[in-house]
Design a protein around this ligand. Structure first.
Ligand code: NCD
Length: 322
């Protein structure tokens, strides 16, 4: 008894990215997540969906929101959750990604949630293990659960995704959040604009079905959603703009630039935010306009939905055991 309509199964072993998911599969995940939003607001937040299952959070990069919300999601569904961070594991002692994967695999986890600094690192790991793998962010490639939680936030506020004009602004070049959002929003029929300095726009990105702008006021004109991105300085090995001050002047979201968007435009940011760099503090905290805290709430519900649909596809026995 899955509680899912039979025609709406999620026919994937892993969730490695949004690329390749159908509109129905995305809708299934958002609809399941919606039920968990309500449950997470109750005193009793538990549902026995993952009882007996083991989830390991394996994070090779720092994280606050993603790791914590996967931990809460797993626990609220009754699973056992273990957190492994690189600083305390043998990876520091030189063990390779694959050796770590094989070691964890031998302990028979059911789901591995993996964040890795290399694009493609999570897929590589998924090919070596018997369990389901969820990508918690791989390099500048994909961050599927972030795009899903953003979509849920937008759908709840605007009632739909199709036809909305969404601006994704800032360091698109290094952003896995931007890439996953582009795939998702395109699949669901939204219109996407990227706004950034030329140096922070990936080459040939127009092929992904987006419009590119290098001026905030021009790009934000009539937008329904303004999604800001953090400057990912940890992935920058050269100078992409003259100074932080100049970056904020031209690309930081303040009320003056926001005035070009629709009067009811929603402000979003995946976090962590650099106040005064990509977003003005007052704009970020504007309760009437900013959905930033709601995004964090939606993150738990979306991760519960992802864990649930993948767990339903797991065999009832331990694969690969001697
Ligand atoms: C994002 C990430 O790690 O890709 N953060 C997150 O998961 N909420 C964005 C970022 O680090 O800027």
């Amino acid at each position: 008894m899955t509680g899912l309509a039979p025609e709406l199964t999620f026919a994937h072993r892993h969730l490695l990215g949004i690329e390749g998911l159908s509109p129905d599969e995305i809708t299934l995940l958002l609809d399941r997540a919606e039920t968990y939003v309500a449950q997470n607001r109750l005193a009793d937040k538990k549902k026995a969906v993952l009882v007996g299952r083991t989830i390991i959070n394996l994070f090779f990069e720092s994280s606050t929101r993603t790791r914590t919300s996967f931990e809460l999601a797993g626990k609220r569904l009754g699973g056992d959750v273990i957190n492994m961070s690189v600083s305390t594991s043998s990876i520091k002692k030189g063990e390779t990604l694959i050796d770590t994967a094989m070691t964890l695999n031998a302990m028979h986890p059911d789901v591995l949630v993996v964040r890795h600094p290399d694009s493609g690192g999570v897929k590589l790991l998924s090919e070596k293990v018997n369990c389901a793998v969820i990508n918690g962010g791989d390099g500048s490639h994909e961050h599927p659960t972030q795009a899903l939680l953003d979509a849920l936030t937008i759908r709840r506020r605007k009632g739909r995704l199709a036809g909305l004009r969404v601006a994704i602004c800032g360091d698109v070049l290094h952003s896995r959040v931007a890439r996953s959002n582009i795939y998702l929003l395109n699949t669901m029929g939204a219109r996407i604009r990227l706004i950034a300095p030329r140096t922070l726009i990936p080459p040939a990105v127009e092929r992904m079905g987006v419009e590119v702008f290098n001026d905030m006021k021009e790009g934000l004109k009539d937008c329904d959603i303004v999604m800001m991105l953090r400057l990912q300085s940890e992935r920058m090995h050269t100078n992409y703009f003259p100074s932080i001050r100049e970056y904020f002047h031209f690309f930081g979201l303040d009320y003056e630039k926001l005035a070009s968007a629709k009067p009811d435009a929603l402000i979003m940011h995946p976090g962590p935010m650099n106040r005064g760099v990509e977003i003005d503090s007052e704009v970020a905290d504007d309760i009437g306009r900013s959905a930033i805290r709601e995004q964090v709430e939606m993150g738990v519900a979306v991760r519960m939905a992802c864990l649930e649909v993948l767990a339903l596809n797991l065999p009832a026995w331990v694969e690969g055991a001697d």
